[in-house]
Design a protein around this ligand. Structure first.
Ligand code: C5P
Length: 328
């Protein structure tokens, strides 16, 4: 497959995966669950396990289904190159920290403020892409990123629509702590994504081997977090308490998300990933309106959606003539 095809395929799958994940999570919240709730910390661990298993299968396929080649690659690339493997501990550790920061932000800010402020990661990602990867962005592209950020923020602007089942919980705790947490998460999201992109694009190693290394650290950090936060509960009712088919769907979609993000970072880049996730926010909101009917689009939503679409075209507008200057 050509790299341009892989680029658009990975971006398309990301839109599909993010949209399905959001809808499944929303849908699961509308169901009344009996018994204990599932532990979010165990879902993180299981998603990492699933990622590792899937990536091992993909590496197996890359090596013509030879068990010998698979074990030799895993040994050569993961065990025999501890320094290369350790490099992946950095984005993995930052992602773990980020997931906890977002949790802290959510418990101190209302969901809408949190989602709107988190869009600042579009700009931090661009800044890290410029400073760490030497990427150049033209004036139109910077402008389009600012329009994109504004558009996503408007799309997620809180509404008081009568059909909305999601009440805006008033923020409890300290809004300042929440805001600092979300701003640090914006920086960590940009940095970790671009750092992973640098590792992927600077080496010839398969993206799936790199993802195994990333997920191995994710698993270690995740297990540590689970024992720290929910150790007692795990001992009492086990790791899989409260799991049902929806929980397994969310875990699988989250694992798939990690794989798709890795493919997008490899074949496209972190900035384009921002466009794909923004488009999927609009898509999931619209599907949610038609299917779950728990949302009524307002004019602010439509304005935001138009801005996201305009930004997407504007970003590509300058890129084409600049990247193909000699082709008529
Ligand atoms: O908000 P942001 O786009 O930074 O979130 C990226 C998410 O994708 C993180 O939760 C991270 O754990 C996950 N990820 C992954 N595998 C990768 C890259 C990112 O699971 N290769």
């Amino acid at each position: 497959m050509t790299s341009a095809r892989l680029k658009y395929l990975s971006l398309g799958v990301l839109v599909f995966q993010t949209t399905t994940l959001v809808l499944t999570m929303r849908y699961s919240r509308t169901l009344q669950a009996d018994g204990p709730r599932y532990l979010a910390s165990s879902a993180v661990v299981l998603a990492e396990v699933l990622k590792i298993l899937t990536c091992v299968c993909l590496v197996f396929k890359e090596h013509s289904y030879s068990v010998r080649a698979l074990s030799s690659v895993l040994r050569q690339e993961i065990l025999r190159k501890p320094v290369e493997t350790l490099k992946l501990a950095i984005p993995s550790g930052i992602y773990t920290l980020q997931n906890n920061l977002l949790y802290l932000a959510l418990s101190n800010l209302d969901a809408a403020t949190y989602q709107v402020t988190y869009q600042l990661k579009i700009l931090t990602t661009a800044l890290f892409s410029v400073s760490m990867l030497g990427r150049r962005l033209g004036l139109y592209q910077w402008l389009s990123l600012i329009i994109l950020m504004t558009g996503v923020a408007l799309v997620q602007w809180p509404t008081d629509s009568p059909g909305s089942s999601e009440k805006q919980e008033p923020a409890t705790g300290s809004p300042f702590v929440g805001l600092v947490a979300v701003l640090v998460a914006c920086c960590s999201s940009g940095f970790a994504g671009v750092y992973f992109e640098k590792i992927l694009k600077e080496s010839k190693q398969s993206v799936w081997v790199r993802n195994i290394q990333l997920a191995l650290f994710g698993l270690v950090f995740g297990l540590f977090g689970m024992l720290l936060y929910d150790g007692e509960r795990v001992k009492e009712h086990g790791m899989l308490q409260g799991y049902n088919s929806i929980t397994w769907t969310v875990v699988s979609l989250q694992a798939l998300g990690g794989l798709v993000i890795a493919a997008v970072i490899k074949y496209a880049d972190n900035i384009l990933k921002g466009f794909a996730t923004s488009l999927s926010i609009i898509l999931s909101t619209l599907i949610s309106y038609f299917w779950l009917q728990d949302f009524e689009p307002t004019s602010i939503f439509f304005l935001g959606a138009v801005l996201v679409i305009v930004a997407t075209f504007l970003y590509g507008y300058e890129g084409k003539p600049a990247s193909n200057p000699s082709r008529a």
